[in-house]
Design a protein around this ligand. Structure first.
Ligand code: SF4
Length: 90
């Protein structure tokens, strides 16, 4: 089990669809049919166009999947950070 945080700079997403296609369960990523960009499922908008989601107690493969998605995003607008005890207490 693992805790991690995902940041999505949605305003810079080009809507290629890769993140949603890699997340077949649509647990983290889904396309938005209204503007054809992706949505971070369960994300909260922390600044205009920037979304974050904190994931706690997820299976390790969920972190691995999101790290692969981070690497795959062609415009690098996805950031995945594993939470350590230090970051958890912030
Ligand atoms: S992989 Fe990146 S650019 Fe493509 S839809 Fe997802 S967030 Fe947007």
């Amino acid at each position: 089990m693992t805790d991690f945080e995902i940041t999505h700079v949605r305003k810079e997403c080009i809507g290629c669809g890769l993140c949603a296609s890699m997340d077949s369960n649509k647990k983290y990523w889904a396309m938005d049919e209204t503007d054809l960009k992706s949505n971070l499922v369960g994300g909260k908008e922390v600044e205009p166009g920037i979304f974050k989601r904190t994931v706690k107690g997820a299976p390790d493969q969920d972190l691995e999947l999101n790290e692969k998605i981070q690497e795959a995003c062609p415009v690098q607008v996805i950031k995945v950070e594993k939470m350590t005890p230090a970051t958890r207490s912030q």
